[in-house]
Design a protein around this ligand. Sequence first.
Ligand SMILES: [Zn+2]
Length: 245
Amino acid sequence: MTYPCGIIRDLLPLYIDDVCNEDSRDAVEKHLAECEKCRNDYEAMKNTGDFVERKKESFKDMKMETSLKNVKTRINKKIRNIILGAIAVVIVFTSGFYLLFETAIKEVNLGEVSVSAKVHSLESQRDISTEEVTDSESVTIFSDEEDNSEIVNVKIPEIGNINLTKNLIEKYGYATVVSFSSEYFLRNIEMETRDNTIYITGFKTTLLGNRAENYQKQTCMLEFQEINKIVFVDDKGMETVLWSR
Ligand SMILES: [Zn+2]
């Protein structure tokens, strides 16, 4: 016996999902073989079912993709944080280094520095002693671009070879090598030159310039003037002669 279409229609979802009992399945199959209308409904339902399945699958893919994206985003954030952290570390170290090396932070007392000077005439090289000179150093100094006068090599003790134009020699006539000896690297010497006298108002070093005791660091300086006196002026204006000719 064959069942009415309504009953078959109710059974179709179970039949499609393959969860109905044997009798129901036989009844549905028998009915579908005879009834074109229910057969069409069956085909439509089956396809709809497939569609739902496909949707479910693509939804799963989407979820997978989303979670992958989340993982990627998290990894990107981690990498970004690592890079930012590295940059911060570099900045901190660089500025720390800069502060220690380049910023004068320690005043060096007058008693911790010894000063000497040698004045050399550039006009006559016979006044220039060459015994302390190392020939590896050579510097060329021009007064300006229009100075086309002959270049003269002058050997100056403690400084080395200096190439000067004849114009410069005529203009200055003298070179004074000033040497400062201290256990510190003197990075900043506050000084002013006037009336053939060097007035020093302070010696400064940096924290890392602070060396072990007995370490003698010599700082040399070249003045193209005939220096007769080097004077230290303290903050009260008191003058102490450090060297004189
Ligand atoms: Zn039917």
